[in-house]
Each structure stands twice: as structure tokens, then as C-alpha cells.
Design a protein around this ligand. Structure first.
Ligand code: NAD
Length: 247
């Protein structure tokens, strides 16, 4: 692995604009299961069906009982050594921005500052009518008091989590992520199967990339190096390799 780490570290130091692109795999070591990984919950059709616009509109009772309970399992976790290492790379001036598919907020918890959450977040909910934003906690409280679906305090409209579901349009953050991908000359992809479109197109826009993922991805052949190991093991070693090269 050491040789591949050196290749990655060199490529990152030689690049002008490095972005990190993360998927669910960066958070599995924080105790949040991924969808497509070996122990993923993709097979659990229930989770996919629950977190859909169909369920939100067609069966709000189900969405706001089991769906919210499911989202709740992704909250309140601690960042792991991979998140910490990515934040450190930004501190060191090596990484410009982190584009994440995750909604767990763990990059910010680790100290990353430039974080673009292309699939939304679990901090807030918003009104589908007037776009007023309320906290996820506030929505949970309404649901706990039996107000289902929860109501916008401004206009009484339907309130939903600020999370991008499978049939949803991409958000403004996706355009910001596209801008970053256009500016970047190196993308470090961590814990992503690179199979979820259109998110997976972002690193593909960048001329050079490195990959850290437990399993192989369709882009491994294009990468300067593709390391198939745990992000929480590889990323701290990558920071060390960058520090060694800088000495
Ligand atoms: P994904 O397609 O990006 O797959 C995750 C990849 O991470 C898999 O290839 C797996 O082999 C790899 N992986 C797992 N543990 C790893 C580790 N410790 N180190 C390195 N690689 C590891 O993502 P998905 O699981 O198919 O999820 C699809 C979408 O669902 C995500 O893009 C995200 O929006 C959402 N999701 C978010 C969270 C979260 O916020 N933590 C969790 C699950 C799903």
C-alpha cells in the first residue's frame, strides 16, 4: 500500500486544486451502514421505499413514523479517523473542498470547512410550499406530538427533510459541486462505489483522480492509484505520506 500512498500524496501535492469526493463508505467506520457495500442495506427494499417521494406524498403516516426513525439512526454519530484526516488535509492547504454524498454531517463535525452536501443534510427540514426552513428537531417534535404530516409554522404547508431522495431534483449545492469539479485538477474519491448518478459524474469531470474504497469501482482504471482498504486506515497514512513529502 505504501507505494500507492506515495503516488496519491505526490499527485495531490503536484495539483493546483484538489477536491475530495466522499460516499457512504467514509462513514461506515462511524457506525452508519452504507447502501451498496458488502454489509449495505440496499437489499432492504423497505429503506429505499420509505425514503421516497412516493411515500412522502402517498403515505405521510409511514414516512413520518418509520422514515424519520430511519433517518434518525444516521444522526448523532462521531467522525472517524478518515473524516479527521480529510479535515487535516484541508487545514494543511492541500484540499480545497469536500463534496459529499452523505447527509450525516460528519465532515463538518471533524472540522472540514468547505463542505458541499449534494444529497442534503439532516440538520433542517423545509416547507414544500414557501421554502421556509425549520430544524430537523422541530419537525421531530411535531411528529412526536402527533402532527403528521408536520406543518410549516409560516404557511401550514407540508414540511420535508432537506435530504435529496431518489426521485428528487438535484439542489443548488450540486451546481456548486460542478463548479468545484470544473476547477479541480485532482479528485480524491473516498468510500464511494461511483455508481450513483449523477453524483458519480462529478469526479469523472476531473482530469486526474485517486480512489480509496473497500471494493473496486468502475473508475479504478483511470485512477493514479486505487487503494482497496478501509478509509479510516488509509487516510491517516495518506496524511503522513503528504507530511513526509513536504519535509
Ligand atoms: P456508495 O455507492 O457511495 O457506496 C459505498 C461504498 O463504500 C461501497 O463501494 C463500499 O465498498 C465502500 N465502503 C464501505 N465501507 C468502507 C470503508 N470503511 N472504507 C472504504 N470504503 C468503504 O454509497 P451507497 O452506500 O450506495 O449510498 C448511496 C447514497 O445514499 C449515498 O450517496 C448517500 O447519499 C446515501 N447514504 C448516506 C449515508 C450517510 O450519510 N452516512 C449512508 C448511506 C447512504
Amino acid at each position: 500500500m505504501q507505494e500507492q500512498l506515495l503516488l496519491l500524496a505526490r499527485a495531490m501535492l503536484q495539483a493546483n486544486h484538489v477536491i475530495v469526493f466522499t460516499g457512504a463508505g467514509v462513514s461506515t467506520e462511524s457506525g452508519i451502514p452504507d447502501f451498496r457495500g458488502r454489509s449495505g442495506i440496499w437489499q432492504d427494499d423497505d429503506a429505499v421505499r420509505l425514503l421516497s417521494l412516493d411515500t412522502l406524498y402517498g403515505d405521510p403516516q409511514l414516512f413520518y413514523s418509520r422514515g424519520i426513525a430511519f433517518l434518525e439512526t444516521l444522526r448523532g454519530k462521531e467522525p472517524n479517523p478518515a473524516h479527521m484526516a480529510i479535515a487535516r488535509l484541508e487545514d494543511m492547504g492541500v484540499v480545497r473542498a469536500v463534496i459529499t454524498q452523505n447527509i450525516d454531517g460528519l465532515h463538518q463535525a471533524a472540522g472540514s470547512k468547505q463542505v458541499i452536501e449534494i444529497h442534503g443534510n439532516l440538520r433542517t427540514c423545509y416547507c414544500m410550499g414557501c421554502k421556509h426552513t425549520i430544524s430537523f428537531e422541530g419537525t421531530k417534535e411535531q411528529v412526536a406530538q402527533g402532527v403528521v404530516p408536520p406543518e410549516c409554522p409560516e404557511c401550514g404547508g407540508l414540511v420535508r427533510p432537506s435530504v435529496v431522495f431518489f426521485e428528487d431534483q438535484m439542489t443548488e449545492d450540486f451546481s456548486r459541486a460542478m463548479d468545484q469539479a470544473q476547477m479541480a485538477d485532482f479528485a480524491l474519491v473516498v468510500g464511494s462505489s461511483l455508481q450513483v448518478a449523477p453524483a458519480a459524474y462529478l469526479p469523472a469531470m476531473v482530469p486526474s483522480m485517486g480512489i480509496v474504497n473497500l471494493e473496486s469501482t468502475p473508475y479504478d482504471g483511470r485512477a493514479v492509484a486505487a487503494i482497496h482498504d478501509k478509509a479510516g486506515v488509509v487516510l491517516p497514512r495518506l496524511v503522513e505520506a503528504v507530511e513526509d513529502l513536504r519535509r
